[in-house]
Design a protein around this ligand. Structure first.
Ligand SMILES: Cc1cc2nc3c(=O)[nH]c(=O)nc-3n(C[C@H](O)[C@H](O)[C@H](O)COP(=O)(O)OP(=O)(O)OC[C@H]3O[C@@H](n4cnc5c(N)ncnc54)[C@H](O)[C@@H]3O)c2cc1C
Length: 379
């Protein structure tokens, strides 16, 4: 790893590892079948300082750097479990910290760190995903409130969420990007409803739901940042979301590669190990190369992000699309090495293959990432 880890980092990593081994791994299969994680696990995770470790101590966090988030994501992958802790800690909660006023920070951040308040962000709608500026959920001012009407879809952690950042249309300017605002809606607000978990091909513990808003009245104090600047805030914060997504894809690729490699060294066909066939050994060599290249590029980005260096949108987009596509190639070829066993649920590669498929779609699809890069190239 390019990140220079210290003894403190290693201690944090060891305690996380123990947490996953003791509190999560033994129950994981059962939770997957139920398609939900008990709330208590979030509380336990928070009470040990693992949720949003970067939140300043005055708001109930530990005031640590982004590298602690990286460790948390890495250890979750190592334990081979998937709970949307990272979405909460490193994608949604940063909005409260970066955009919230003092009153909002005091209201939300301590609960986000302790696990009392779980968060989600709702951008996507049935009619629009990639084209964010086309959002149709409206927030209309009425006295001191906003009245929200509309529907969101595919919202990760929506099921358990207590606070949701809802991307709403608050204006009608010709420049569509100026019409969006971020409004926080609390669970239990009249007019705000959630669907049961959506039936997905993978990632069964993400608590993915639809959200419905019908004349949902929210106080204007729940506006994050300034009205009409929502699109720009999203563009800023999506940088970290895409670094986190790229890291998730890379860790999945490493895991699937290691599974394929181990199997190729032990499974025999025609009296020899299948890894000794050049078709397979070259495939593994290609995968190893791609993973190494991805690791080097991403570590570089992560290091720049940790030290607060300005990172171009292009570089982050490159990492997001290329690593997620690479992870899907690794999924395909590693599963192929397993033959029929790879298609069986009892072999983890089958679950990893399903889970990684969405990586090229969410947090900005491959096509949208290429569009961003092309735009920076002046095309
Ligand atoms: C498991 C899961 C979790 C998710 N979690 C969240 C969440 O927490 N919050 C949230 O708000 N959203 C979430 N999403 C939504 C996700 O971000 C969107 O699905 C994604 O942005 C794509 O939008 P869409 O599905 O509407 O596809 P569309 O935008 O309709 O795109 C369909 C296809 O057309 C392509 N396309 C679109 N525009 C262009 C273009 N200009 N050029 C070339 N090709 C193009 C796309 O790349 C895609 O392949 C999640 C989705 C999934 C599946």
């Amino acid at each position: 790893m390019a990140i220079a880890y210290t003894e403190e980092h290693n201690m944090f990593r060891q305690s996380l590892r123990k947490f996953y081994e003791k509190e999560v791994a033994p129950y994981y299969e059962e939770w997957e079948k139920e398609m939900n994680v008990p709330r208590t696990i979030w509380k336990k995770f928070g009470s040990q300082g693992f949720l949003c470790p970067w939140i300043p101590t005055k708001y109930g966090g530990s005031g640590l750097g982004f590298e602690y988030s990286v460790i948390a994501i890495e250890e979750m992958a190592r334990a081979d479990v998937g709970i949307p802790f990272g979405l909460h800690s490193d994608v949604v909660v940063p909005y409260f910290h970066l955009l919230g006023n003092e009153e909002q920070k005091e209201r939300w951040l301590p609960g986000c760190a302790s696990g009392d308040l779980l968060s989600a962000i709702a951008m996507t709608e049935p009619g629009t995903g990639s084209d964010l500026a086309a959002v149709e959920t409206t927030a209309v001012k009425d006295g001191n409130d906003y009245i929200i009407n509309g529907q969101k879809v595919f919202i990760t952690n929506g099921l358990n969420s207590d606070i949701v950042i809802v991307v709403c249309k608050t204006g009608n300017e010709e420049k569509r990007h100026r019409n969006l605002s971020l409004i926080v809606v609390e669970a239990g607000t009249p007019g705000f409803d959630k669907s049961p978990p959506l039936q997905k091909m993978g990632r069964h513990l993400d608590g993915t739901v639809e959200l419905f808003f019908e004349d949902c009245r929210v106080p204007q104090e729940n506006l994050l940042g300034e009205e009409g600047k929502g699109f720009y805030y999203l563009m800023q914060n999506l940088q970290q979301e895409r670094i986190v997504a790229g890291l998730g894809s890379l860790l999945a690729a490493e895991k699937m590669f290691n599974e394929g490699l181990a199997y190729a060294k032990e499974r025999k066909a025609f009296g020899v190990k299948i890894g000794s066939f050049q078709a397979n050994s070259f495939k593994l060599a290609e995968m190893a190369t791609e993973i190494e290249l991805a690791r080097t590029f991403l570590d570089n980005l992560i290091n720049d992000h940790i030290v607060g260096k300005q990172i171009s949108v292009s570089r982050v987009s490159m990492a997001k699309w290329w690593i997620s596509e690479m992870a899907n190639r690794v999924a395909y070829h590693s599963l192929q090495l397993f033959g029929g066993y790879g298609y069986m649920e009892e072999y983890p590669i089958s679950r990893h293959y399903r889970n990684v498929r969405v990586d090229t779609i969410f947090a900005g699809s491959t096509e949208i990432m290429k569009q961003i890069i092309a735009k920076e190239l002046g095309l």
